[in-house]
Write a protein that binds this ligand. Structure first.
Ligand code: HEM
Length: 180
């Protein structure tokens, strides 16, 4: 996974729980070799899984809750790198389409080793969209947090319902996104 995600995670923990908590997480990690990450480097996915598990033990919150909160904070940082792509988007549904069909494709063009999830969208009405998330990383709750972050960017309120989830034994991960 891209170092940018790890840099965002370090910032998220430091800002919300303090530097000492971040250093404690790193001390307990067997896979992380340093408390600093380089945004452009690629790191083993297992490092993030381990950091999330340690964070969950220390803070007493579930990994899915951590991922959703992290996604909300990560979104504006990712958006910094994609501002020039989204001039034409003025709402969350058009933007999600743009993420799948432009932004994540550009990410992979810029770095062929980058891996982004597949987000299949089905707009079922003006204010409801089904989103099928697929990735071997299975971080659908990070996607959920990013969508909340994106809605905030467009000054929209959304509710996200996980209709089915691979973490619950379902064959795929499907979310219903509703705007107010
Ligand atoms: C609501 C909007 C977005 C959603 C739902 C979304 C979803 C995700 C998720 C869930 C991941 C984690 C990897 C995985 O699931 O396998 C990811 C990775 C990533 N996304 Fe997005 N994303 C969004 C917007 C953006 C934006 C605006 C950028 C800006 C360039 C971006 C760039 C990236 C990059 C660089 C990665 C890491 C790739 C890697 O580790 O190889 N995303 N995205």
């Amino acid at each position: 996974m891209k170092g940018a995600i790890f840099c965002g995670y370090a910032e998220f923990i430091e800002q919300n729980h303090g530097l000492m908590t971040w250093l404690e997480i790193i001390d307990k990690s067997e896979l992380a070799t340093s408390s600093s990450f380089i945004a452009t480097e690629l790191y083993d996915d297992n490092i993030l899984v381990e950091l999330l598990t340690i964070t969950s033990d220390i803070l007493g919150v579930t990994v899915s809750e951590i991922l959703t909160s992290f996604g909300k904070i990560l979104f504006p940082k990712l958006m910094e790198a994609a501002k020039h792509h989204v001039d034409k988007c003025d709402n969350i549904f058009d933007f999600l389409d743009h993420v799948e069909n432009v932004i994540h494709i550009e990410v992979k063009k810029a770095d062929p080793l980058a891996y982004t999830p597949s987000l299949i969208l089905d707009k079922i009405s003006n204010n409801k969209l089904l989103l099928k998330y697929t990735s071997h990383r299975q971080v659908c709750f990070l996607a959920e947090g990013l969508i909340y972050g994106a809605a905030n960017h467009f000054n929209q309120q959304v509710t996200i319902e996980h209709i089915s989830c691979t973490h619950q034994g379902d064959k795929h991960c499907l979310m219903k996104v509703t705007t107010d």
